[in-house]
Design a protein around this ligand. Structure first.
Ligand SMILES: Cc1ncc(C[n+]2csc(CCOP(=O)(O)OP(=O)(O)O)c2C)c(N)n1
Length: 325
């Protein structure tokens, strides 16, 4: 084990993947010599050469179009979209080609060996175009997986699993934690399972669910609630698609309450999907309405970022409200 921050863990996973698989290639805007705007791809070009780590033109649609071709011809394609806010020019390629290629070709071709890495989320004073959390747009596309790590250990294990998974994966990296989250990471090659949530702490009064950078925010709220004698079960979803319905529903059957928190705006956010499924599956176990503590329904505001955020105080209030309902 060595101490790494999340960027170092991502870089380490990329090195591990490229060493193990000579068809693996990393590409995107400025990922080559420069190592990417956050330096997640530092030294890859030096180590593996310009044919395996290279810059693309500034065209996200082009990056994913190229990635689809590369993946469908058998290479392991690892594309970087510089910020999740800039993924939308590639939306058509991802929705209509990446996710559907296997289905459309009757299994003859697949983009399964494509992983799209992209930093997401706010809390860095990045304003409108460097702060959004667009996971819900992609959760609507059968044929994709969506994975979000919350710490360096997860970042390496989940990224390696994503790169080697048989389906295209959107790997969303919480940029606020890139340098802030530091932890022990095994030096060797390892994978963590996709589609499996992580129950971080056991509790009996309410299940509190989040993913990525939002996990540490809910943990802060849960600490406050526990000093009021409220026992919370904290779950990190880790995968948005497919999401671990069994683990979440088992927990809600035990606690009788659910709070879901994410940074993306409330309306149409993935918390809505989770809430609908849980009320279908656990209706008779529910002691109070499912609570969603999410970003505000507004473009991501620079000046009012603090108000926009579903912070620990909003979550703490919602936990108390749910338990005293
Ligand atoms: C659609 C989109 N993708 C990515 C970015 C992020 N971005 C901002 S500046 C920049 C580099 C621009 O380089 P260049 O076009 O050579 O102009 P320069 O700033 O070097 O004059 C990138 C990738 C963006 N603003 N919009």
């Amino acid at each position: 084990m060595i101490k790494m921050n999340m960027l170092q863990a991502v870089n380490n996973a990329l090195v591990t993947a490229m060493e193990a698989d000579e068809t693996a290639m990393v590409f995107g805007e400025d990922v080559g010599h420069f190592g990417g705007v956050f330096r997640a791809t530092s030294h890859l070009q030096e180590k593996f050469g310009k044919a395996r780590c290279f810059n693309t033109p500034l065209t996200e649609q082009g990056i994913i179009g190229f990635a689809n071709g590369l993946a469908s011809q058998g290479s392991t394609a690892i594309a970087e979209i510089q910020f999740a806010d800039y993924i939308f020019p590639a939306f058509d390629q991802i929705v209509n080609e990446t996710a559907k290629f296997r289905y459309r070709s009757g299994g003859q071709f697949t983009c399964g060996s494509l992983t799209i890495r992209t930093p997401y989320g706010g809390g860095i004073a990045g304003g409108l175009y460097h702060s959004q959390s667009p996971e819900a747009f992609f959760a609507h596309i059968p044929g994709m997986k969506i994975v979000v790590p919350r710490n360096p250990y997860q970042a390496k294990g989940l990224l390696l699993a994503s790169i080697r998974d048989d389906n295209p994966v959107l790997f969303m990296e919480p940029k606020r934690l890139y340098r802030a989250s530091v932890g022990e990471v095994p030096e060797e090659d390892y994978e963590l399972p996709l589609g499996k949530a992580d129950v971080i702490s056991q509790g009996s009064d309410i299940t509190v669910l989040a993913w990525g950078a939002q996990v540490e925010v809910v943990e802060k709220a849960v600490e406050m609630a526990s000093s009021d004698g409220i026992s919370c079960e904290v779950i990190d979803l880790r995968s948005i698609l497919p999401w671990d319905v069994e683990t979440v529903c088992q927990s809600v059957e035990k606690t009788g309450r659910l709070l879901v928190s994410h940074e993306a705006p409330l309306t149409g956010g993935f918390a809505s999907e989770i809430s609908a499924t849980v009320q279908e599956r656990c209706f008779l176990n529910l002691e109070s309405p499912i609570s969603r503590v999410c970003g505000l329904d507004t473009p991501y505001p620079l000046a009012h970022e603090k108000e926009y955020m579903p912070d620990h105080l909003k979550i703490y209030e919602a936990i108390k409200h749910s338990v005293n309902y």
